[in-house]
Design a protein around this ligand. Structure first.
Ligand code: HSE
Length: 437
């Protein structure tokens, strides 16, 4: 094992890059011990050299010239923390082609371009490490690809977006408005540069796509499974769910059922006796099921500066000690291996929560239950609180009506939802969420 320093460059000194630099500069002795050699932060590429930073870098480290990294043959590893697809894709290819290993937290890039990036890295004899791309500081990638390798993973149920979980917690437990919660998630550094990716379910879906790829060896595109975010929910939905004994979480699910893959990432009602219901703030929690080990639970901070930096630095040690060079070529990632059919979304069978804003007048409930009955959907429970009495000559009051259904298929439920939306007694788009059983 070499004892010469491992020369490192960081491209992108945002929240996570700054956290990585803090660890490398403040824990030199510990890093040297763990890596078996000194780790030297040689370059940090930024857009704006003049910006004040939260970490003191040695003179000459900071640069706004990416070529200073690409053309420096003494740099062994690049920590690539540029978000999005372009120019991140181009940068990663150039870094690999210049003979350096890459560590990244960019799940959007892996999801969209993983296949070509991993193939190129293998051709070049280089590694791409990405523990930080899924579930922040939780050692999930290592668990799926190494610790559970004796198993066929048959089920993944996970809270994978820290920002959404933080927002839901702020709204429900601290009475903070949705807008204020989004803003504070950005200020703390949980949210993506564009928080729309967090709240519309894209981020959780990308992470689920990566996990499915690792666990099952199949590539599932984002448009191939149900994906929905928390951006259409209101505090009332969280409160009604609670009244019924459930907590709402943005839940990512992939399960093998009779040889088919059921997959979705949606706000979901989780029974309060399920540990997933008690995950607060930006924490992530993941339940993996392996056919030998049974259920494995992991949890920890899924977003934020030091948690994500922790995963990046763990990968850096993997590269420094030579583990990544052994495991990466054998992982054969993004190289489709299995022929597993994705369950058509219409066939997915679950119970549902439905909130409707209804005119409180004769026959409204009958109209609604008729539609559900016509689609063979059976009602399990129903909540409507009394509205104040009004003179029948005035407009009818609008009241929330919450229905929990028995198990039905997504296809039936979608067809019924479309018909319900057309009813004259329903005065706002309905809110619908599946129930996790
Ligand atoms: N924005 C992401 C989240 C960060 O909130 O989970 C980690 O991927």
């Amino acid at each position: 094992m070499s004892s010469s320093p491992l020369n490192v460059a960081i491209i992108g000194m945002g929240t996570v890059g700054t956290g990585v630099a803090k660890i490398l500069l403040n824990r030199v002795e510990q890093m040297t011990l763990r890596a078996g050699r000194p780790i030297h932060l040689k370059r940090a590429v930024v857009k704006d050299l003049a910006r004040t930073r939260d970490v003191a870098l040695a003179p000459g480290v900071l640069t706004d010239d990416i070529e200073a990294v690409i053309n420096d043959s003494s740099i062994d590893v690049v920590i690539q923390l540029v978000g999005g697809i372009n120019p991140a894709y181009e940068i990663m290819l150039r870094v690999l082609e210049s003979g350096k290993d890459v560590i990244t937290a960019n799940k959007a890039l892996l999801c969209e371009k993983g296949e070509s990036l991993f193939q190129r890295a293998r051709e070049l004899g280089r590694c791409i490490c990405f523990e930080a791309a899924v579930a922040g500081g939780v050692p999930l990638i290592e668990t799926v690809t190494q610790a559970m390798s004796a198993n066929q993973i048959t089920s993944i149920e996970a809270i994978l977006n820290g920002t959404s979980n933080y927002i839901l917690t702020q709204m429900f437990s601290h009475n903070v408005s949705y807008e204020d919660a989004v803003q504070s998630a950005q200020q703390i550094g949980y949210a993506e540069a564009d928080p729309a990716m967090d709240v519309d379910g894209t981020d959780a879906a990308q992470k689920l796509g990566i996990l499915v790829q690792l666990a099952l060896g199949i590539k599932v595109g984002l448009d191939q499974f149900l994906r929905q975010g928390i951006d259409s929910l209101s505090l009332a939905d969280l409160q009604y769910a609670s009244e019924l004994g459930y907590t709402v979480k943005l839940l990512a699910v992939a399960k093998l059922r009779d040889g088919q893959l059921e997959m979705h990432a949606q706000p979901t009602l989780i029974r309060n006796d399920n540990p997933l219901a008690h995950v607060e703030d930006a924490y992530n929690k993941i339940a993996l099921e392996g056919d030998a080990v049974g259920k494995v639970w992991l949890s920890g901070m899924g977003a934020g500066q030091m948690a994500t930096a922790s995963a990046v630095v763990a990968n850096l040690i993997d590269v420094a000690v030579g583990r990544a060079a052994i495991t990466f070529p054998r992982l054969d990632l993004w190289n489709p291996r299995r022929d597993i059919k994705i369950m058509p979304r219409e066939e997915i069978s679950r119970r549902y929560f439905l909130r409707l804003n209804v005119e409180d007048r004769p026959h409204a409930l009958a109209d609604i239950t008729n539609v559900l009955g016509d689609h063979q959907i059976s009602i399990a429970s129903l909540v409507q609180h009394e509205a104040p009495e009004v003179d029948q000559s005035e407009d009818y009051p609008i009241v929330p009506l919450v229905i929990m259904t028995h198990r039905t298929t997504e296809g039936r439920f979608q067809a019924a939802s479309r018909e319900l939306d057309e009813l004259a007694c329903i005065r706002a788009p309905l809110v619908r969420m599946p129930v996790n059983d």
